[in-house]
Design a protein around this ligand. Structure first.
Ligand code: MLT
Length: 258
């Protein structure tokens, strides 16, 4: 399906895939900084931001297919850098697994390779049902917001929290439910990590309450030659909470590629 997207900047292509339940505006800082040297393509994934929200389960592979369709539509069939945060990282791994010829390099930000444990999948189904009953994103925001940001971000940048609460609240209930069910059924991609042959950056927020630092270090350790970077003063949403620290890691990685 067609996605809304931003496409700006000169040079080699860097695709940035947002997390759940966010939208492409989470990359607004990177569009300025990374986008001064690279062509940054940032879509709103299915159901999010300004993209359409069909009924049904949004599997990670279907959402990744949308991204490939977008690149095909732009005639970008040569390998590109694909980076994703959390859910965006699941999509990036889906592309690495199923379309390795499309990848020049991989950036896995605040994400994991494993699938949901059965109890996590059950909790997602419970949340999906609450969201459908409420007809709004609020139940999922209530469940996720306290863990999305570092504790100090709540104290230092309440305006950021309020802004993102508002953006998440605009995501339609059927998109939230469809995504939750898709995330719950995503495959465990841990076994593919040793077979990744493109340069890879694994980035972690020092205070990420959703992806423990040790898990991200282990993921980087399983990918041959992967670079691991930790962004201070950031939780799960490093590009928003500490844009400069995130940019430094991304730009350092990209500069070594060309
Ligand atoms: C995200 O930020 O995309 C979510 O934390 C992903 C998830 O819920 O697994």
């Amino acid at each position: 399906m067609q996605l809304a997207f931003d496409d700006d900047g000169p040079g080699p292509v860097v695709v940035l895939l947002h997390g759940f339940p966010l939208d492409r505006s989470m990359w607004s800082h990177q569009q300025g900084s990374v986008g001064s040297t690279y062509r940054v393509i940032a879509p709103d994934l299915r159901g999010h931001g300004h993209s359409a929200a069909p009924d049904g389960v949004y599997t990670v592979d279907a959402m990744a297919d949308d991204v490939i369709e977008l690149l095909d539509g732009l005639q970008l069939t040569d390998p590109v850098v694909v980076g994703g945060l959390s859910m965006g990282g699941y999509l990036a791994l889906s592309i690495a697994a199923r379309f390795p010829e499309r990848l020049k390099a991989l950036m896995l930000l605040n994400t994991r390779a494993s699938g949901d444990a059965p109890e996590a999948a059950r909790a997602r189904e419970g949340l999906a049902e609450q969201v459908e009953a409420a007809g709004s994103a609020e139940p999922v925001i209530e469940a996720m917001l306290p863990r999305l940001f570092a504790r100090q971000t709540f104290a230092k940048h309440p305006e950021l929290i309020a802004r993102w609460h508002g953006r998440m609240a605009r995501t339609p209930a059927r998109a939230i439910a469809g995504t939750l069910r898709g995330l719950a059924s995503r495959p465990d991609r841990t076994a593919m990590l040793p077979g990744i042959v493109v340069p890879t950056l694994v980035l972690a927020g020092a205070e990420d309450q959703i992806i423990p630092l040790e898990e991200s270090i282990a993921m980087a350790g399983a990918i041959p030659g992967a670079r691991h970077a930790v962004v201070d003063d950031a939780g799960h949403l490093s590009p928003i909470e500490n844009p400069r620290g995130t940019d430094a890691a991304i730009l350092g990685f990209l500069q070594a590629l060309w």
